[in-house]
Ligand binder design. Structure first.
Ligand SMILES: C[S@@+](CC[C@H](N)C(=O)[O-])C[C@H]1O[C@@H](n2cnc3c(N)ncnc32)[C@H](O)[C@@H]1O
Length: 540
């Protein structure tokens, strides 16, 4: 519970305030006779959990997909908290956070002061109310009354009155009506129009559009896809479990409904929140006809369209399978298949391995070829996650704590190197609802030197004829092509050399990979995170 929460004062009631010798009238001021008896606010469990999660995200910069699962687990232990409450709480948290910028613009129209002058907990309750009113099928009167009750419980009566007044103003129109008012016409300012209509910061719209190209329809499809719930995808690690066996196990074990299962190893968990338009049905998710589908592109992928709890699968608990977006699987597969020029193919490196999803797939693929994997990670605790994820790998491997910009290995030590660099994560906005509002354009400048240094050292680590895969979970051109161009150019100037391979050739059957030679995956085109991949072969 938020430390700012307050219980409203209890009403003593007229009879308890009477004292002997006092007339009833003298102790009962006119005002109190007319007001309703003061009652305790009803605590709606789903909205209370949602509010607590929003406070944690707001106050402590927490990640929603990390704070929500323990809150749900705790609430489940309390009387009366059911699966439908968990589904509703999840939908409310994810929807409210994703649409935060748009809801803020609506709320700003309905309050008589700048938003920064509204107390953050009050703003959280207002956003929660705005999402119910504008982004779900919850009837307006129910959304207002339940949110005002929440406000009474967590903010007190005075502020609940303010919440009530603001929500009534918001409820006077639907989302389309509000967007007509707050968003400029497309022709007047396309980026601002799209930013408000699709709930992305303007600079993110601009960056995504630069990377995607195309016209209005293309960028709108991408922005819409960012606002959808991603499927949970598993990877069947080759040599450890077949895709068919994983599908069978997942089909048997994973039930429909809300998911609070693990995300990629050590990553924020992947929630099974309802899509934005499904909130009215939250908690009544029906059984999927076929819960475990094959992947679209990766031969090792199994898609759980309905979420479920992958952590409950024995194969996942035993590391034979894991939760992994198909885009990440494709990056590992493309590196594993890229043609080398001469030499051996026995020494593979993952230079930025934490938390270990790609390393585990690479390790399994390497084992199948008689190669070994070194998985390096700078942060000790993340190296621990890598070690856990690789446990049981069928072939030789080592996990090392190492700084990829000052490597412990000699130049030319490896045949294949993956460098999946730290980045803004603008390619994974579907999974991290608050990330788009937290990131700033200045963050790019912070990552730029590290990304270049890591790629430079990866190219030094690979032998002549060997291949480096440079990957990011961001399509931002400053983190993708600009890095590769700069580093390849500088290598040439230093007397080295690297040629770009056509990465599309390593992913036969995957459409819409762009003009090459590097590839950019997209949520709306491939159903994956927006992963970028360049393949570089050392020539000198
Ligand atoms: C994008 S993540 C890698 C994700 C990973 N490939 C996977 O699939 O699970 C980048 C990782 O690089 C690590 N890192 C950051 N700076 C590093 C450095 N100088 N050397 C090695 N690793 C670094 C981060 O701690 C983070 O774990």
């Amino acid at each position: 519970m938020s430390t700012r929460s307050r219980r409203p004062e209890q009403s003593a009631g007229p009879t308890r305030s009477q004292q002997p010798g006092q007339s009833r009238q003298s102790r009962q001021p006119r005002q109190s006779r007319q007001s309703k008896p003061h009652r305790r606010p009803r605590r709606d469990p789903a909205r209370t959990v949602a509010f607590e999660a929003l406070r944690a995200v707001d106050e402590r910069d927490a990640y929603a997909n990390l704070v929500l699962p323990p809150l749900l687990r705790k609430a489940r232990g309390e009387q009366g908290f059911q699966g439908r409450d968990a589904a509703l709480a999840t939908e409310l948290v994810y929807g409210t956070l994703r649409w935060q910028g748009t809801y803020d613009a609506v709320i700003a129209e309905c309050v008589d002061r700048p938003l920064r002058a509204v107390d953050p907990p009050v703003l959280d309750v207002l956003s929660l109310g705005a999402h119910q009113l504008l982004g779900t099928r919850i009837p307006g009167h129910a959304a207002v009354s339940a949110t005002v009750e929440l406000a009474r419980a967590v903010l007190g009566d005075g502020r609940a009155k303010f919440v009530n007044a603001v929500l009534r103003r918001i409820a006077a129109d639907d989302l389309d009506g509000w967007l007509e008012r707050i968003a400029p016409p497309y022709d007047a300012d396309p980026e601002e129009h799209l930013a408000l209509r699709h709930a992305h910061p303007r600079w993110v719209v601009s960056a995504l559009w630069d990377a995607l190209g195309g016209g209005r329809a293309d960028i709108e499809q991408l922005l819409d896809a960012d606002n959808e719930r991603p499927e949970v995808t598993l990877v069947a690690r080759p040599g450890r479990i077949s895709t068919e066996d994983l599908r069978a196990e997942a089909g048997r074990a994973v039930g429909p409904g809300e998911s609070v299962g693990p995300g990629e190893p050590g990553e924020p968990r992947e929630p099974g929140e309802s899509g934005r338009s499904d909130a009215g049905a939250a908690g009544s998710a029906g059984a999927a006809e076929t819960p475990a589908e094959p992947g679209r592109w990766s031969p090792y992928a199994v898609r759980l369209a309905d979420g479920g709890d992958p952590g409950a699968l024995t194969a996942v608990r035993e590391n034979r399978a894991g939760v992994q977006d198909e885009g990440s699987q494709l990056v590992a597969l493309a590196l594993a298949h890229a043609p080398l020029d001469g030499g051996g193919d026995t020494r593979w490196l993952d230079a930025c391995a934490g938390p270990g999803g790609k390393a585990a797939l690479l390790g399994a693929l390497a084992a199948g070829r008689g190669a070994s994997l070194v998985a390096a990670e700078k942060q000790r605790h993340r190296a621990g996650l890598v070690a856990r994820t690789l446990e049981g790998n069928p072939g030789p491997y080592a996990v090392v704590i190492a700084d990829g910009t000052r490597p412990a290995w000699r130049p030319g030590s490896f045949d294949r190197v993956l460098v999946d660099v730290p980045c803004t994560g603008l390619g994974a906005l579907r999974r991290r609802p608050e990330a788009r509002w937290r990131r700033r354009p200045e963050d790019l400048a912070g990552f730029a030197p590290l990304q270049r240094a890591l790629l430079r050292e990866a190219l030094r680590a690979v032998r002549v004829g060997g291949v480096v895969a440079y990957a990011t979970c961001s399509p931002h051109l400053a983190e993708t092509r600009a890095v590769v161009d700069d580093v390849v150019k500088a290598l040439g100037a230093d007397g080295g050399g690297a040629e770009r391979l056509d990465a599309r050739e390593q992913l036969p059957g995957v459409p819409a990979l762009g003009a090459g030679p590097d590839i950019q995956l997209w949520p709306h085109l491939h159903g994956t995170d927006a992963m970028y991949l360049a393949l570089l072969r050392r020539t000198a």
